[in-house]
Design a protein around this ligand. Structure first.
Ligand code: SAM
Length: 240
């Protein structure tokens, strides 16, 4: 997969050299390129923004600078991703869908965001998704780009060492939050580990994990419980 990230703060994307994403880049599983938007400016001051039409506070990123950059980066397979608090929610389903694509281009906004004509223009030429990380406002799209790259890259075959660790995760196929996890020592700060996890009884452990995942989801994210399909629940689940 190829991912291009365009930002006026390319240094912000430095963590993409680390950990599993960094290894995926080194091994060639991920062709990730970070670009400085100002490289596409033509004036002496490398200007990327201007005052908003209609007045008001703040600055807006100019469409002509973004257009020059995106015309160069977007090929016919590319999917343009524009982070914005007014976008559709970015979820694990979004990450799964994007993991099947060959080329993503992330356009990181700053200030009051990118002139609205940029998304409109490229939507008439190809795939564009304006997405939000959540119901809050960040200073720029770089954090959103880090989130997307990490959430998508870990789903690419070979990036996570043991693919089994992706199976029972929160927000997976079961639609549940993950059960609580524990490791050694068996007692810490006066707190023990649930006996069943020390029993070696695989069926009982699986049942306990399922039950605690359901209980935790109901307590913390009742909206997810509402989305569970009855046919995916067993009699024990329904008795909880
Ligand atoms: N004026 C915009 C609004 O109220 O919708 C907020 C602009 S914000 C200060 C600047 C940039 O941060 C946005 O263009 C976007 O790239 C990014 N950003 C901020 N919050 C975000 C969120 N919740 N999800 C995704 N990107 C976000």
């Amino acid at each position: 997969m190829r991912i291009d990230v365009v930002s006026i703060f390319p240094e912000y994307l430095a963590p993409l050299d680390l950990s599993l994403v960094g290894k995926a880049r080194t091994s060639g599983l991920l062709d990730l390129r970070v670009h400085d938007l100002r490289d596409w400016t033509t004036d002496r001051h490398r200007t990327v923004d201007d005052t908003p039409f209609g007045g008001g506070a703040g600055m807006v990123m100019r469409p002509d600078v973004w257009g020059t950059a995106l015309d160069e980066l977007l090929d016919e397979d590319a999917h343009l991703l524009v982070p914005t608090p007014s976008g559709e929610p970015f979820t694990q389903r979004t990450a799964e869908a994007l993991a099947g694509e060959s080329h993503l281009v992330l356009a990181c906004g700053r200030y009051e965001g990118i002139d609205a004509r940029v998304a409109e223009h490229y939507r008439s030429h190809g795939r564009v998704t304006e997405f939000s990380l959540g119901d809050y406002v960040l200073n720029g799209g770089e954090v959103a780009a880090l989130v997307v790259v990490e959430a998508v890259a870990r789903l690419l075959p070979g990036v996570v060492g043991n693919p089994e660790s992706l199976v029972e995760e929160s927000h997976g196929a079961a639609g549940l939050l993950e059960y609580p996890v524990y490791t050694k020592p068996p007692t810490w700060a006066g707190l023990g580990v649930p006996d069943v996890l020390l029993s070696g009884h695989h069926a009982r452990i699986a049942r306990w994990r399922r039950d605690t995942a359901l209980e935790r989801t109901a307590a913390r994210r009742p909206d997810l419980v509402a989305g569970l399909r009855v046919e995916d629940l067993d009699a024990h689940d329904l008795a909880l």
